[in-house]
Structures are given as structure tokens and as C-alpha cells.
Design a protein around this ligand. Sequence first.
Ligand code: PGA
Length: 245
Amino acid sequence: MKIIIGNWKTYLDSPKEAKNLFEKYKILSKKKNVALMLAPSHIHLLSLRSSYKGKSLSFVAQSLGFSGAHTGCISARQIKEAKVDMALVGHSEERARGLDDEGVAKKVQEAYKNKILPIIIVGEHKRDSEAEHYKFVRKQIQSALKYYPANKPLKFIIAYEPVWAVGAAKPPSARDIEMMMIYIRKTLVKLFGDRKGRAVPLIYGGSVNSLSAASILSLQEVSGVLLGRASVDAKELEAIISKIK
Ligand code: PGA
């Protein structure tokens, strides 16, 4: 079983387009070896979620914020009220709009308080010296989890998305992804101990398509993939799901 998350970003304008693609997601979500999750933009999220009575498809908010005087945000409590219990936290496109590490940590804490499972996105901007990008990702993880109660069960997913591979031509090699995933696993084990640290699902995102999916999905530490462009292309999505062994 692999996790496939479709991050629709703001690719789809009309409710009709969203609804049409959603029908395809409903069909694909019934396949046995996939946990299909859909992250539509907020404006489509509520209507799609409320129209859905099934169980096989899960919904993810693209971001999560705080209740109160926060114009333009969607709060964790609103997400929960809409019967959505997962959210992306710290996507590089949100970080590029000014979200810093402390902001990510507070959002993870807010998600925890509201029983929303955060999909915490980390990833380096560039790779020049080998050691630096590992260190960068470790610091992002440590910082994102600094308010997470270490004595409680760990309910989050870590998504590794190197910023340079998001919206790019191709992902890093499967070997490079694997090495980073092993490093992230070690980081989690150091922070939370062997049993808990090993149970956290790790997923990869950034330029995944039907050509690269098979090698990435076959990596031992990879529990799934986070898709951007491929998530709004029904044929690509279907082809990617067909690569799950
Ligand atoms: P991409 O986006 O697949 O289009 O590179 C991935 C993401 O931003 O989650």
C-alpha cells in the first residue's frame, strides 16, 4: 500500500473542472494498493468534501492557520469542522511567501491541538556540498517538531520535497532520494527513539511523473509520493498509481 497525495495547488479554476477530476479520483481510490489523498485549493475543498460519502479517498487542506484575526487564512478549526483531518504544512510555495521555521512549528502544534495530521514538508533549496543539504533538512525537521509532545504517539507524515525539484524537469535520482530518506529516518529515530521514529511515514515530492514513479515508489523508506502537476492530469495519475507494486 502506498500513499499518493494530489496537490492541486491552484491549477483548477472552475468547480466543474474540479468536480470532473474528482470523479476520476473517486474511481482510482478504490484500488486496493493505494491510499489516495486529495489536496484541492480551499475553495474547492469544502464542496468536494461535503459531496463525498465514501471512505476510500482522504482529503487534505493545502495549508492550515489559526483562528481569529488572520485575513486570507483557513484555520485548523475550520478544517476540522469541514471534516478534513489532514493538512500540508510548510510547502515550499508557502515558505516562499514568508512562512519561516518558527511559523511551521506553530502550525504543526496547532494541527496537533485540533487532531489534524500534518504532512510536514521539508527540503533544501540547492545542493552544492553534500553535507549541507542533509544538515539543512535535519534542522527543518527538528524545528518543525519542537512543540510536538514527544511523549505522545507521533501522528504526522514527513514529505521530502527538494525545493529545486518542485515544478522542475525531473526529480533527483532514486539513489539520492533514498539516501536522504535514510537520513531523515535516522533523524526521527534520534529524536523519538527507535520504535516511534521508524513508524513515521516518509513520502517524496517534486517532479514525480509516470516515468520516475516506479523507481521512487520501490524505495524501501518511501511510503508514497506527493504530486503537483501530475495530480491534475488524470492519465498521469492513473499511470503513477499503476506503478505501485
Ligand atoms: P510538482 O509539485 O510535482 O509539480 O513538482 C510537487 C509539489 O509541489 O508538491
